[in-house]
Design a protein around this ligand. Structure first.
Ligand SMILES: NC(=O)C1=CN([C@@H]2O[C@H](COP(=O)(O)OP(=O)(O)OC[C@H]3O[C@@H](n4cnc5c(N)ncnc54)[C@H](OP(=O)(O)O)[C@@H]3O)[C@@H](O)[C@H]2O)C=CC1
Ligand SMILES: CC(C)(CO)C(=O)C(=O)O
Length: 328
């Protein structure tokens, strides 16, 4: 299917997506059906989009999307932007906010990033902030080529901060839904970010360390480790006053092993790709964040601290060895 977007339609909302990787490009491909989309792209993706459009495959539809505008900085944006999505890794949030500070002051900024702490950074720059989570697996297959492989729930969006966020949220949910993305309003997005993080705290580092897909983490030898990670995180969440939808660690573990791990069994999480490519991971916003908060509250978090240290060591070893068959 080939989709052409009419870019002169001035009625369409204007959306900027900052960070064109697995999530950002997939989001751009869908939102282009309901909005004028500008994407902050590295040159390889920008060149391919200009040459032949964005190639999308998988559960969000197989299509070539034309009409996405690639930008290199805030100077390439139109004078008025309705929403800014940040889809860079959490390691790049502060730098993107600095780069786009002038535009963000007047805008409603949405984070779809994993981990804890991004919205806190963004709210220092943005007029209004909407927090978000996306429990879907995306990967980059080549220049401007993405695949959406599996999903375990709708996108969740909720008011984070700023006077205009509530009104902006209702409109944004309408736009995202019109684009064909499953989305719900979160009544408590702070808790929502923690709820999503439970999945990333458990499966992401193990898959990254051992170069295995998500399904492998259900192995009996890893279940005990995962249970400790979850128990520690629940203790820290309780100290922070965060209430996730599962009342106990056991209730979440039943959901993790009964629903989420089966839903993502065959795919690799984002941290696996970070290690594979030799990029810094988001461990400091996940297990590292839990360990740091545990220390502040006097709660022991040895499993989260250990996993964070292992990932930091793995990061320092550089990209995966080229002869590693699982990564080739
Ligand atoms: N992949 C997935 O399945 C999911 C990911 N997430 C979360 O979504 C967020 C994005 O993840 P994902 O899409 O996988 O990450 P990617 O690394 O695939 O994409 C991020 C992109 O942003 C680019 N970028 C960062 N800073 C800049 C900048 N200043 N200027 C231009 N480009 C920039 C990066 O380029 P470069 O690498 O060259 O810096 C990269 O291409 C993360 O928080 C992740 O945890 C959430 C759910 C699922
Ligand atoms: C939901 C999941 C595991 C999807 O890949 C994810 O959030 C990630 O990869 O970081």
């Amino acid at each position: 299917m080939r989709i052409s977007i009419e870019m002169t339609d001035s009625e369409r909302p204007v959306i900027a997506i900052l960070g064109a990787g697995a999530v950002g490009l997939s989001l751009a491909g869908k939102l282009a059906g309901a909005a004028r989309v500008y994407v902050l792209c590295r040159p390889a993706h920008a060149d391919a989009i200009r040459e032949r459009g964005l190639l999308m495959a998988g559960i969000w539809g197989d299509r070539t999307v034309e009409g996405i505008a690639c930008i290199a900085g805030p100077e390439d944006l139109p004078p008025s932007v309705d929403y800014i999505f940040i889809t860079a890794k959490g390691t790049g949030t502060a730098a993107i906010c600095e780069q786009f500070a002038g535009v963000m002051r007047e805008a409603t900024v949405v984070s779809l990033q994993n981990g804890i702490g991004n919205e806190e950074v963004i709210s220092r720059y943005a007029g209004s902030v909407i927090g978000g989570t996306v429990t879907t697996n995306f990967s980059v297959e080549g220049p401007a080529q993405v695949r959406v492989k599996s999903e375990s729930g709708p996108m969740m969006l909720g008011v984070w901060s700023g006077g205009d966020a509530a009104a902006g949220l209702d409109r944004l949910i309408g736009i995202v839904r019109a684009a064909g993305i499953p989305v719900e309003r979160s009544p408590d997005i702070r808790a929502g970010k923690w709820a999503k993080s439970l999945l990333n705290i458990t499966v992401n580092p193990l898959c990254a360390l051992f170069s295995v897909p998500v399904g492998a983490t259900a192995d009996d030898r890893l279940r005990g480790v995962i249970a400790h990670l979850v128990h520690e995180t629940f203790a820290v969440m309780a100290a922070e006053g965060v209430r996730v939808p599962w009342a106990t660690p056991e209730a979440y573990l039943a959901h993790l092993f009964g629903v989420q791990i089966p839903d993502f069994a065959a795919v690799y999480p984002s941290m696996y790709y970070d290690i594979k490519m030799g990029r810094k991971t988001e461990i400091d916003l996940l297990n590292g964040y839990v360990a740091a908060l545990g220390e502040r509250h006097g709660i022991p978090t040895p499993y989260n601290r250990c996993i964070a240290d292992l990932i930091r060591f793995r990061e320092s070893a550089g990209p995966a060895h080229p002869t590693d068959e699982a990564l080739s």
